[in-house]
Design a protein around this ligand. Structure first.
Ligand code: IPE
Ligand code: MG
Length: 220
C-alpha cells in the first residue's frame, strides 16, 4: 500500500492526511475483497523498516491503528474478514497488542482471511522461523517445515502481489511465500487505488499462464 505521502503532498496536505485516506481506502478495498470472496489477502501496513521514519509520523500511524482497531471492535460486525496480524507484535504498545488479540479473537469465525502486516519483514520472519526450528531441535529441515513456522502458517502460497505507488520492488514483503506469485505494479497512489483497479489486477492475473517451473502440454 504505497503512496500515501505523495497523495497528500500533491494536495499540499501533511503526510498524516495521506495515511488517513490510506486507511479509508483499506476499508473500501477490504469490503470489496469480501464481495469477491477472496480467500486470503495480506496488506503491508507497516514494515520492520518503517520505524526509521520521523517520530511524529510513526506516532501518527500508531494513533490511526488504535483508532481503526477500536472502531472495528465497537461496530456490529456482520460481514467481515478474519484478522491475523503478521509481524513481530512485541514492538507495539501493550494497548495495541491487546487490541490485536481482541480483534483476532472476535473475527475468528469469519470466512475470508485478512492478514495485516505490522512490524513485518520477511527476513525477520524467516530468521524467527529458523530460530523456532533450532529450538525444536529440528534436523533435515524441509520447505514445509519453514512454511509452517512463518506467520502465514496454514495459508496457501501467494498467487498475486500488487504494489501501488509506482515502485517496482518487494521491500521485504512475503519473500518466501511469493516464490511463484504473479506481480502487478500500479502507478496509482494507494489512496487512489480503486475496486476497478483491483479488477484490472485480477484480470491481469487471470491471463497469466502459470507453469510453476513445469511445462504445459498443448495439443498440436
Ligand atoms: C505507505 O505510504 C504507507 C506506509 C508505509 C505506512 P508511504 O508513506 O510510503 O507514501 P509515500 O511513498 O511517501 O508516497
Ligand atoms: Mg513509500
Amino acid at each position: 500500500m504505497d503512496g500515501n505521502g505523495r497523495w497528500a503532498k500533491s494536495r499540499l496536505m501533511p503526510r498524516l492526511a495521506g495515511h488517513k485516506e490510506g486507511v479509508e481506502n483499506f476499508k473500501r478495498i477490504a469490503e470489496y475483497l469480501i464481495e469477491l470472496d477472496i480467500e486470503v489477502a495480506t496488506f503491508y501496513a507497516f514494515s520492520t523498516e518503517n520505524w526509521k521514519r520521523p517520530q511524529d509520523e510513526v506516532e501518527n500511524i500508531m494513533s490511526l491503528l488504535v483508532e481503526y482497531l477500536e472502531k472495528w471492535l465497537a461496530q456490529n460486525n456482520e460481514k467481515n474478514m478474519r484478522f491475523r496480524f503478521i509481524g513481530d507484535r512485541r514492538a507495539f504498545s501493550p494497548r495495541i497488542q491487546a487490541l490485536m488479540d481482541e480483534v483476532e479473537k472476535k473475527s475468528s469465525h469469519f470466512r475470508n482471511q485478512l492478514n495485516l502486516a505490522l512490524n513485518y519483514g520477511s527476513r525477520d520472519e524467516l530468521a524467527r522461523a529458523f530460530r523456532l526450528l533450532a529450538e525444536e531441535g529440528k534436523k533435515d529441515i524441509t520447505p514445509e517445515d519453514i512454511s509452517s513456522h512463518l506467520y502465514t502458517v496454514g495459508q496457501p502460497d501467494v498467487d498475486l502481489i500488487i504494489r501501488t505507488g509506482g515502485e517496482i520492488r518487494l521491500s521485504n514483503f512475503l519473500l518466501y511465500q511469493s516464490a511463484y506469485a504473479e506481480f502487478y505494479f500500479s502507478d496509482k497512489l494507494w489512496p487512489d487505488f480503486s475496486s476497478e483497479d483491483l479488477d484490472d489486477a485480477i484480470a491481469y492475473f487471470n491471463h497469466r499462464e502459470r507453469r510453476f517451473g513445469g511445462v504445459i502440454e498443448r495439443k498440436p
